[in-house]
Design a protein around this ligand. Structure first.
Ligand code: XLS
Ligand code: NI
Ligand code: NI
Length: 439
């Protein structure tokens, strides 16, 4: 098939002074940061749905995107053309990974059998293109939210037939993810939640959700899929209340249902802010609990209360994100997936390059700054000193578990007065700014 992204060749690193919108200013894949190359630290991935399948539809208007592959005569031909164009785009951009939902890559047929056949055709093509380009699959997932059958949820639907249909869909999605060498498999509970408790058996829905995930774990084992399972928390949208609300509630759910050893989390920036947390909070919570598996890299808009999925360009956030990722020892087998879309007004083909270059540069810059910050130890040292009282005396006894209420009371009764020290937030914020400005 003929070239789609005409006039664009392989995107190169030109350095911070470059003004070329089709060049990287900070992302230099081979450059070493600490002991790893940027490419190995960042493990960038393109999200098939936003970049190749999305058409720029919003609740008030039709699609705006200029996408030549959508002109094909029938849905399966469009899916093939889309896949070929996707690999042209990803090769030119130089990303090592992509991610997809089953329904992004192949159209639904008249029934599940036909739909699965469509998938097989496209998976064969993807396999061939992956071999030719060396681009790998970061994760696969099943779309259990678009079709009207999922109106009341999938694994948490009130209708057992829907549960069965969703199971069949995930079974197939696991098979194709394995077939394509996917390194992870994601569960985002698209419509797993409720609109009103007046019609909802929450206990049964949550129990069923856990049953569903156990079945997935068992099936993966049966077929020898060894990729990492990930759950992607999100508090609301499309339902009023999504069960996988945030990292802490998913953690509790996994522990309650004995699933914690099988799953990690895929943390998305815009979902964190929708939950009333910072992105750093969600990453940090996941990390300290050994649950940080992968990241959906995007950003929201502070003035809008929904998942705007914008390309991440905020350097402050990318720096703090990379700080958490470095402290996590990296993300592998996870990565940084751009679950982000160019704005509806950015409808030209080249906007896809501009958007991804912006995101990749913002993360590369964040990586460089976070590495320096971490090496300097300035923040770590402050925290270390702030908690020094727990390393000797009564504090050590508390931490060691040798103190009880009676001993603590005896100690407190002898205390002349408690003295505290400043938390110095402003000083610490200035340190971040200093590193951010120095680059
Ligand atoms: C939606 C989610 C979705 C998942 C994959 O808000 O972010 O895109 O990442 O199903
Ligand atoms: Ni996401
Ligand atoms: Ni999202």
């Amino acid at each position: 098939m003929s070239e789609v992204f005409k006039g664009v060749s392989r995107i190169k690193y030109e350095g911070p002074e470059s003004k070329n919108p089709l060049a990287f200013k900070h992302y230099n894949p081979e450059e070493l940061v600490g002991d790893k190359t940027m490419e190995d630290h960042l493990r960038f991935s393109v999200a098939y749905w936003h970049t190749f399948t999305g058409q720029g539809v919003d609740p008030f208007g039709a699609g705006t995107m200029n996408r030549p592959w959508d002109q094909a005569s029938d849905p399966l031909s469009a899916a093939k053309e889309r896949m070929v164009a996707a690999f042209e785009f990803m090769s030119k951009l130089g990303v090592p990974y992509f991610c997809f939902h089953d329904r992004d890559i192949a159209p639904e047929g008249a029934n599940l059998r036909e739909t699965n056949k469509n998938l097989d055709v496209i998976v064969d093509l993807a396999k061939q293109l992956m071999k030719e380009t060396g681009i790998k699959l970061l994760w696969g997932t099943a779309n259990l939210f678009t079709h009207p059958r999922y109106v009341h949820g999938a694994a948490t639907s009130c209708n057992a037939d829907v549960f069965a249909y969703a199971a069949a869909q995930v079974k197939k999605a696991l098979e194709i993810t394995k077939e394509l060498g996917g390194e992870n498999y994601v569960f985002w509970g698209g419509r797993e939640g409720y609109e009103t408790l007046l019609n909802t058996d929450m206990k049964l829905e949550l129990d069923n959700f856990a049953r569903f995930l156990h079945m997935a774990v068992d099936y993966a084992k049966e077929i020898g899929f060894t990729g990492q399972f990930l759950i992607e928390p999100k508090p609301k949208e499309p339902t009023k209340h999504q069960y996988d609300f945030d990292a802490a509630s998913v953690h509790a759910f996994l522990q309650k249902y004995d699933l914690d050893k099988h799953f990690k989390l895929n943390i998305e920036a815009n979902h964190a802010t929708l939950a009333g947390h910072t992105f750093q909070h969600e990453l940090h919570y996941a990390r300290i609990n050994g649950l940080l598996g992968s990241v959906d890299a995007n950003q929201g808009d502070t003035l809008l209360g929904w998942d705007t999925d914008q390309m991440p360009t905020d350097l402050y956030t990318t720096t703090l994100t990379m700080y958490e990722i470095l402290k996590n020892g990296g993300l592998a087998p996870g990565g940084l997936n751009f679950d982000a879309k160019v704005r509806r007004g950015s409808f030209e083909l080249n906007d896809l390059f501009y958007g991804h270059i912006a995101g990749m540069d913002a993360f590369a810059y964040g990586l460089k700054v976070a590495h320096k910050l971490l090496q300097s130890g300035e923040l770590e040292q402050f925290i270390e000193e702030r908690y020094a009282s727990y390393r000797s005396g009564i504090g050590k006894q508390i931490v060691d578990g040798t103190a009880d209420f009676k001993q603590l009371e005896a100690y407190a009764l002898e205390l002349p007065e408690v003295t505290n020290q400043s938390g110095r937030q402003e000083v610490l914020e200035t340190i971040i700014n200093r590193y951010l400005i120095q680059g």
